[in-house]
Ligand binder design. Structure first.
Ligand code: KIV
Length: 281
């Protein structure tokens, strides 16, 4: 029996499909194989991403902004995250499902973080959690990993700290700030994080961290040198309206497709064209 070692799971006949684990991601990095992570918030998009072969689905707290209509990720609750993580876990088959710990569910310290993370795995059905920040989050990461919970770190622009940053701004532009981000990423990896997200930082930071740690770096606005790239579902598919961050590339224009489809539905109903005989019992 051949064992499928590649993270490309888009060809089901190529090998035996089995769930993606955190060890597959480290092995991909060791082979120099780049991969993607995409956010998902419901079962149907999770099923589609899984079918296409995306190895890691992040139930990001970006949920708050792209699905729930909040101005930032700060108001997102653990209950909201659990609700959507459960849906994604039901839709995904083999992909690794990572649930974001929302603001306020882990900042009090390792004990609070452990109970939130346990809920994310037991009630949400996630296989791993993500948390934002370095510094005190290093000890928190160590505590969760010791308890058997895989942790994805996240440094650079950590959106839960938007009020501290004074907006969604690129981080690490001056040498001292850049050094802090690199040190935080290395410390998270040493504490046992299985991957580290680098958001909105100069490409040099992406390259430095990627060379310094054995676990994958996952970039979003961190340049071309990270081991993986992540995009938010709505941004990737052209569903987001308004000004987008420089790092976003829309691979489709679904906003235009969807509004075209809805307008056609409206006009066909107005004209009596739909439903036709083939849609009628
Ligand atoms: O919440 C989220 O979607 C994220 C990714 C953009 C990394 O944290």
């Amino acid at each position: 029996m051949s064992v499928h070692t590649s993270l490309d799971r888009s060809d089901p006949s190529a090998a035996v499909r089995r769930p993606v684990s955190i060890h597959d991601l480290a092995a991909a990095k060791a082979r120099g194989e780049r991969f993607v992570m995409v956010t998902a918030y419901d079962a149907s998009s999770a099923a589609l991403l899984d079918e296409v072969g995306v190895p890691v689905l992040l139930v990001g707290d970006s949920l708050g902004m792209v699905v729930l209509g909040y101005d930032s990720t700060v108001p997102v609750t653990l209950e909201e995250m659990l609700h959507h993580t459960r849906a994604v876990a039901r839709g995904a088959r083999d992909a690794l499902v990572v649930g974001d710990l929302p603001f306020g569910s882990y900042q009090e310290g390792p004990t609070q973080a452990l109970s939130a993370a346990v809920r994310m795995l037991k009630e949400g059905g996630a296989s791993a959690v993500k948390l934002e920040g370095g510094g005190p989050m290093v000890a928190t990461t160590e505590r969760l990993v010791t308890a058997g919970i895989p942790v994805m770190g996240h440094v650079g622009l950590t959106p839960q700290s938007v009020h501290q940053f004074g907006g969604f701004k690129v981080q690490g532009r001056d040498p001292a700030a850049a050094e802090r981000i690199v040190e935080d990423a290395i410390a998270l990896a040493e504490a046992g994080a299985f991957a580290v997200v680098l958001e909105a930082v100069p490409a040099a930071i992406g390259a430095t961290v990627t060379a310094a740690i054995d676990v994958p770096t996952i970039g979003i606005g961190a340049g071309p040198h990270t081991d993986a790239q992540v995009l938010v579902w709505h941004d990737l598919l052209g569903l987001t309206s308004g000004r987008l961050p420089r790092f976003v590339k829309a691979y489709a224009d679904l906003r235009a497709e969807i509004s075209g489809a809805i307008k056609t539905f409206q006009s066909e109903v107005a004209d009596g064209e739909y439903p036709g005989p083939e849609h009628t019992y």
